[in-house]
Design a protein around this ligand. Structure first.
Ligand code: NAD
Ligand code: MG
Length: 382
């Protein structure tokens, strides 16, 4: 479980705890939240606990000296536990580009990889999908939209493309986030706290801000293009305020297949964990009478300029999506620290993208270099 202390980590461990006969935790990993990790180690007694931050690893060690759990630290340790022979499934739920290397490590070891860390695909999608093929890894989407699409497509659709399957288009839905109804002029002054107060989902701070700017939907567009081997022109984005329809696939014969459920990440996680079987996830059954309405509207790119930026980056190709992702990560970090305004996020990304030169993204060095240059350029611009 990469990213055990986060929001996806929590939801995953909740499911694991419901099925002690089916799942055992080999390793839990986190960055620095050692208090949470103490709790999780006591509950699950994994073989390994990895804290990226060495001081937190030491503190964890002091608190759980009575357990058999072995404590490791550093990025190498993340890659190591993700590739260990004893491991069948790796849940990739570290937030941001730092999740790429440990996730690739799981891919290269041919694991079943449950991908929540969408930034890994946005940053290095071509290389990532090639390696999934080459090493015979089994990629399964945890992001609710992609998991919905996966459930609506014929089996075997990941990485293979939907050509010949009678697919007309993929319809990606998004709630529009907490600022979907406020005057666009007021966006200038919204606070990180308001941005993290999502109407339908309870998520970590970075993806919450991404949902407020709708960069999240932009990242998901790119994620969908890589994962299902389709072009952006075959993906329509619709606002759907109830977050009940998690996405849809429209077929040539006029059929539109949707996956529905309450907005609770335990559904897509349980689906990916047990696939092709179905397991109890603890999610409230959907009550359609209570939901009563399902609304769909156009996403306004005036309100959500990040959507257009993501489409543009995908169309440019190469390292452009790496640059988009890196600039966004820095912008969100500074916004969360109250150092820039909410509306500076798309401004900053635009400037970083203008300054970057797009290179082919066919090797890891080129990708990592584009990522680091874009971060530096974003910091300089701020
Ligand atoms: P979060 O902030 O709640 O948790 C992030 C996890 O990553 C934590 O366990 C943290 O310790 C770990 N982490 C952070 N920096 C690290 C580092 N430098 N080294 C090692 N570990 C590090 O985030 P989240 O909301 O759980 O999201 C995780 C990923 O899942 C993101 O990529 C997000 O886009 C994706 N996702 C989340 C949701 C959701 O509902 N939360 C839904 C879809 C996709
Ligand atoms: Mg999503």
């Amino acid at each position: 479980m990469l990213g055990a202390t986060g929001s996806i980590g929590q939801s995953t461990l909740d499911i694991v705890a419901r099925h002690p006969d089916q799942y055992r935790l080999y390793a839990l990993t986190a960055n620095s939240n050692h208090r949470k990790m103490v709790q999780l180690c006591r509950q699950f007694e994994p073989r390994f606990a990895v804290m990226s931050d060495p001081d937190s690893a030491r503190l964890l060690g002091e608190s759980i000296a009575d357990l058999a759990t072995e404590i490791l630290s550093g990025e190498g340790a993340l890659a190591e536990v993700a590739a260990a022979d004893e491991v069948d499934v790796v849940v990739a739920a570290i937030v941001g580009a730092v999740g790429l290397m440990p996730t690739l490590s799981a891919v290269r070891a041919g694991k079943r990889v449950l991908l929540a860390n969408k930034e890994a695909l946005v940053m290095a999608g071509g290389l990532f999908m090639d390696e999934v093929q080459r090493y015979g890894a089994e990629l399964l989407p945890v992001d609710s939209e992609h998991n919905a699409i996966f459930q609506c497509l014929p089996p075997g659709s990941i990485g293979k493309g939907v050509a010949g399957e009678g697919v007309r288009k993929i319809i990606l839905t998004g709630s529009g986030g907490p600022f979907r109804d406020i005057d666009v002029e007021l966006l200038e002054d919204v606070t990180p706290q308001q941005a993290c107060d999502h109407p339908n989902w309870d998520m970590g701070p970075k993806i919450s801000v991404d949902s407020a700017t709708m960069m999240n939907k932009g990242l998901e567009l790119i994620e969908a293009c890589w994962m299902f081997a389709i072009d952006h022109s075959d993906v329509e984005i619709l606002l759907h305020r109830q977050s009940i329809v998690h996405s849809m696939v429209a077929y040539n014969d006029g059929s539109v297949i949707a996956q529905m459920g309450n907005p609770d990440m335990r559904t897509p996680i349980a689906n990916a964990l047990a696939w092709p079987e179905r397991i109890e996830s603890g999610v409230e059954p959907l009550n359609l009478l209570q939901v009563s309405h399902l609304d769909f509207t156009q996403a306004d790119e005036g309100r959500y300029p990040c959507l257009a930026l993501a489409r543009e980056a995908w169309q440019q190709g190469g390292t452009s999506t790496t640059v988009l992702n890196a600039a966004n990560e820095i912008a969100v970090e500074y916004f969360l620290n109250r150092q820039i305004k909410f509306t500076d996020i798309p401004r900053l990304i635009t400037r970083v993208m203008e300054q970057a030169t797009s290179a082919p993204a066919n090797d890891l060095d080129a990708i990592l270099e584009a990522d680091s240059n874009a971060r530096e350029s974003a910091r300089r611009l701020i």
